[in-house]
Design a protein around this ligand. Structure first.
Ligand code: SF4
Length: 329
C-alpha cells in the first residue's frame, strides 16, 4: 500500500532558530519515516510580507536547506523542494483565486491579526490577502492527506478543505480534503523571555555554537526578583528554566527544587544549560559542517526534490485543467 502524503513548508526568512526546530522541524524528521513527505521552501510566501526586501533572498533559501538537512531531514526519505521552481503552484493559485469568495479571505483570523501585528510593513496587498489561497494550492496540488500544523494554523487547513470542496462541487471531484496533523505546541521563549522571533532579535539559531551560543545563553533573562544567589527563585517565570525543561529532562526536577530553595545560582544554572544545549545540538552541527563543506549539496537537494514534486503536480494540473475544461491543445 502506498504511503499517505504529508505536505508542509518553511519560509526562508534566514537561519532557522531552535524554536522553529522544536515547534515543527523535529516533527518533520519523524514524519519522513512514516509518510511520503513533501517539504517545501515557501519563498513566494515570504514575499507576501517581505516583498520590499529581497536582498538576502537566495542566501536565505540556502540557509534553510542547510538547516533542514542539519536537523535530520534525509533527501533519500523525503522531498525538499523550492516553491518558486514549480510554476504550477502559481497556476493553481490563480485558478483557486477565481473561485474563492472574497469573504472567506477577509474573515481569516490570521489575516486580521497579522495586519495589526505587522503595522510597520505595508501588507495591505492583493498578494497578502490571497495568501491562504496560495497555501491551499501548495497543499492540494500534492493531494496531501495530512498537513502538520499547530493549533493556530487550523483555520488555514479548514480554508483549504473549503476550497477543495468548492472546486469539487463546481468541476467534479479532483481533490481530497486534507486533515490537520496536530503538532503539540512546544513554545520556547526567546532570550529576553518574550516569544522567540527574528523581529525581536532574541533567537538562538540552530547553527549557533561555541562562544556565540555561550554568550547568548549567559545573556538570558532569569527570575527578575532574584538578586542574591541564596534568594528563593521562581523557575516558572525564568526563560533558562523553560529551556532546561526541554533540553535537560534528567536534571529539571532537581534544578527546580534547588532554585526554589535558593541552593543554586543563575550563572551556574546557565553554564549547565549551555553545556546541555551544546551536547544536544552536536549532531545537528556535525551535519551542518558536512553540508557547508559540500557547496553543491544545497542545489542537489533542491533539484532532486523539485524533480519528484514535478511528477506529482504535472499529473494534478492535467486533472484540474481537464475538470475545468480548460485543457486547450
Ligand atoms: S537558578 Fe536557574 S532556574 Fe532559577 S532563576 Fe536562576 S537561571 Fe532560572
Amino acid at each position: 500500500m502506498s504511503k499517505k502524503v504529508v505536505l508542509s513548508g518553511a519560509r526562508p526568512t534566514g537561519a532557522l532558530h531552535i524554536g522553529n526546530y522544536l515547534g515543527a522541524i523535529k516533527n518533520w524528521v519523524k514524519l519522513q519515516d512514516e509518510y511520503d513527505c513533501f517539504f517545501f521552501i515557501a519563498d513566494w510566501h515570504a514575499l507576501t510580507t517581505d516583498y520590499e526586501d529581497t536582498g538576502s533572498y537566495k542566501e536565505n533559501i540556502s540557509e534553510v536547506v542547510m538547516d533542514l538537512y542539519a536537523a535530520g531531514l534525509e533527501p533519500d526519505k523525503c522531498n525538499i523542494f523550492l516553491q518558486s521552481s514549480l510554476k504550477e503552484h502559481a497556476e493553481l493559485h490563480l485558478l483557486f483565486s477565481m473561485i474563492t469568495p472574497l469573504s472567506w479571505l477577509e474573515r481569516c483570523p490570521t489575516y486580521k491579526d497579522q495586519l495589526n501585528q505587522m503595522d510597520e510593513k505595508n501588507i495591505r496587498t492583493y498578494g497578502f490577502l490571497g495568501y491562504p489561497c496560495l497555501q491551499s494550492a501548495d497543499i492540494l496540488i500534492y493531494k496531501a492527506d495530512y498537513v502538520p500544523v499547530g493549533e493556530d494554523q487550523l483555520p488555514h487547513v479548514e480554508m483549504t478543505r473549503e476550497i477543495a470542496r468548492r472546486f469539487n462541487f463546481l468541476f467534479g471531484k479532483v481533490f481530497p480534503e486534507p486533515e490537520p496533523l496536530l503538532t503539540e505546541a512546544k513554545v520556547l521563549p526567546g532570550l529576553d523571555g518574550r516569544k522567540m522571533s527574528k523581529s525581536y532579535n532574541n533567537t538562538i539559531a540552530l547553527k549557533d555554537r561555541g562562544d556565540v551560543l555561550r554568550k547568548k545563553v549567559m545573556s538570558m533573562i532569569t527570575d527578575p526578583a532574584r538578586i542574591r544567589k541564596d534568594d528563593p527563585g521562581h523557575p516558572d517565570v525564568c526563560a533558562v528554566f523553560a529551556y532546561h525543561k526541554f533540553f535537560n529532562k534528567e536534571e529539571k526536577e532537581q534544578i527546580e527544587s534547588d532554585c526554589k530553595a535558593g541552593l543554586i545560582g543563575c550563572v551556574g544554572c546557565k553554564k549547565n544549560l549551555y553545556e546541555k544545549l551544546a551536547e544536544v545540538l552536536k549532531p545537528i552541527h556535525e551535519r551542518r559542517d558536512e553540508i557547508e563543506a559540500n557547496p553543491d549539496m544545497v542545489r542537489e537537494i533542491i533539484a532532486r526534490g523539485n524533480a519528484s514534486a514535478q511528477v506529482v503536480i504535472s499529473k494534478t494540473m492535467a486533472d484540474v485543467r481537464k475538470a475545468m475544461k480548460i485543457d486547450w491543445e
